[in-house]
Structure formats: structure tokens, C-alpha cells
Design a protein around this ligand. Structure first.
Ligand code: CP
Ligand code: NVA
Length: 310
């Protein structure tokens, strides 16, 4: 059977996403009762992180352990990916020892290359282009809060980055109306927007992009944002802070969305920049539910890909 990777949202069908959400809900309910399901008993998971992380590291590590697997982590500096050893050779080593590989890196092509040379499933734990595990946890969280994703309208205000790409692609697959407002020059990749429009059951009508945050959030059930300078772009922070003035998610912007619209952020947040304290700490903020659900959803992703690849 061919192995299944999660390099990008495009690796998933709607059926895959539904199966992952169902398993995540089961695993979450069981964990609340302190019941663990050893779906990866005796297995092992390698985690390669070339960038900092709190949530992703914690949740893959804990998640693997809760499934009965042994997690083993490496930083980029330790492995010297592409410098000390080529990515294909790293893959050829890891596949001899472990059952799944989780990778956080810069170029999406690094994930693709690792996956191409590894006989075990590879999971993208964030690249410069996509953050699929984040988007899965986010729509799982929305489904919990609204009871259904049908007829939801989600706004994203800020930088058209890796998180935006995965949200657009998964939102389109799930038939959620997606609306994205970015400053000029910071729009999501045109190829992603086109792919989302091709995927969405309502076509182009299901995916709006533009530059006006007020127009973007009108009638939206949730308003999402992320940092203005992603990891690796820190040197652009000052220039980006100027470009993104007016794109903060705060109570004034939220007042233009649906009453009680959920506030979302993948975290870490730069309070006072892309999100105000009052938005982040509002009773409608679900940012820590999103963070919690990374655990349950990634456990389901690991178990699902492992099972589908045997
Ligand atoms: N949201 C997210 O991926 O957080 P970390 O960078 O801390 O893993
Ligand atoms: N866009 C952010 C997401 C962090 C989880 C980054 O890439 O740094």
C-alpha cells in the first residue's frame, strides 16, 4: 500500500479530513476520562525542528507518547539538514528506525524532498508555505464551537502566510466561506487562492480576497489573525509593522463582524501588534481551544497516516 504523507492540505480528501476529525473527537473524549488508546504501541516518531516551537513540539511529543509511541526530537542544528547530511540521506536513515517523521522547516521543498525519499509517512509541522496541522486543529475547533461547519464564514486579517494558505485550502475543501484581507504586497500566493477557488463547492464565490479589513470581516462567524513577521522574517519586522498598520484584530474590527464572532490566532501572538489584548482575552476568543486541539488532532493525524500506510 502506498504511504500517505501530510505535506500539505492538498494531500487530504474530504473523507480523510472527516476521518481525522472523528478520530480526534474520540481521542479527546477518551483523554478527558484519562483513557489512552495505544494506536501506535511500540512504534516511534522522529521530530525534526529547524525553527522554534512551543505548541507543535509539545503536542506531537505528548501525542506520540499518549498513543504508545516513542517520540525522538532533533533540532535543525543537531541534524545539520542539507549541510551535515543531505535530506534524502537523512530520510534513508530515519525510515530504518521510526514509523513516522514530523518536520518543521523553512522551504516547503525540504518537506517534499524528505517525503519523497522516506518510506514512512512524513508530516509537515510548518513550512514557509503551509501549516496543515494548524488548519486541521482550527476547523476542528470551529466545528466544536458551532456544532457544524455548514454555512460558516471565516475572515483572516493580516499576512497572507503559511497559516493563511492552509486555512484557505482546508476551508475550501470543507465548504466554509473564506475571506482574507491583507495589505498590498502581502496577499496569499495566487496559486493557493486559485486552488481554493477550484476546490470550493461554491467556486470563486466561496473565497474572497482583498485589502479592506472592514469589508473582510462583515458577516463573519470568526476572525483569525497571525503574526505580521513569521519565523525567518524577523529582519522585516519594522517594515511589516508599517505595512500592517490598520490590520489589527481589535474590538473595533470585531464590532463589524457578526455579534459574538469567535477570535482566532494560531499563536504565538504579538499582543498589541496583530491582535489587541481585549480581542485576545475576550470571552469570544478561542485561541487556547485551538492550541489544545492541536494535541487531539495531531494524534488522529499520526494514527490515521500510520494505519493508511501499512
Ligand atoms: N501554532 C504553532 O504552531 O505554535 P508553535 O510555533 O509554538 O509550535
Ligand atoms: N506564520 C507563523 C506561524 C507560527 C505558528 C510563522 O511561520 O512563524
Amino acid at each position: 500500500m502506498p504511504k500517505h504523507d501530510l505535506r500539505r492540505i492538498g494531500d487530504l480528501t474530504l473523507e480523510d479530513v472527516r476521518a481525522v476529525f472523528d478520530l480526534a473527537a474520540t481521542l479527546k473524549a477518551e483523554l478527558k476520562r484519562r483513557a489512552l488508546r495505544p494506536l501506535l504501541a511500540g512504534r516511534s516518531v522522529a521530530m525534526l525542528f529547524e525553527k522554534p516551537s512551543l505548541r507543535t513540539r509539545a503536542t506531537f511529543d505528548l501525542g506520540a507518547a499518549q498513543l504508545g509511541a516513542h517520540p525522538i526530537s532533533f533540532t535543525g542544528a543537531e541534524v545539520g539538514l542539507g549541510r551535515r547530511e543531505s535530506i534524502p540521506d537523512v530520510a534513508r536513515n530515519l525510515e530504518r528506525w521510526v514509523d513516522l517523521v514530523v518536520m518543521r522547516t523553512f522551504a516547503q521543498s525540504n518537506v517534499d524532498q524528505l517525503a519523497a525519499h522516506c518510506s514512512k509517512p512524513v508530516i509537515n509541522a510548518l513550512s514557509d508555505y503551509e501549516h496543515p496541522c494548524q488548519a486541521l486543529a482550527d476547523f476542528f475547533t470551529l466545528n466544536e464551537h458551532f456544532g457544524s461547519l455548514d454555512s460558516l464564514r471565516v475572515a483572516y486579517v493580516g499576512d497572507g502566510n503559511n497559516v493563511t494558505h492552509s486555512l484557505l485550502l482546508l476551508g475550501a475543501l470543507l465548504g466554509v466561506e473564506m475571506r482574507v484581507a491583507t495589505p498590498d504586497g502581502y496577499a496569499p500566493a495566487a496559486a493557493v487562492v486559485e486552488q481554493a477557488r477550484r476546490t470550493h463547492p461554491r467556486g470563486a464565490a466561496g473565497v474572497w480576497t482583498g485589502h479592506d479589513p472592514l469589508e473582510c470581516v462583515r458577516g463573519c462567524d470568526a476572525v483569525y489573525t497571525d503574526v505580521w513577521a513569521s519565523m525567518g522574517q524577523e529582519h522585516e519586522a519594522a517594515e511589516r509593522a508599517r505595512a500592517f498598520a490598520g490590520y489589527q484584530v481589535n474590538s473595533a474590527l470585531l464590532a463589524r463582524a457578526k455579534p459574538g464572532a469567535k477570535v482566532m490566532h494560531c499563536l504565538p501572538a504579538h499582543r498589541g501588534e496583530e491582535i489587541s489584548d481585549d480581542a485576545m482575552d475576550s470571552p469570544h476568543s478561542i485561541v487556547f481551544d485551538q492550541a489544545e486541539n492541536r494535541l487531539h488532532v495531531q494524534k488522529a493525524v499520526m494514527a490515521y497516516l500510520f494505519e493508511r500506510s501499512r
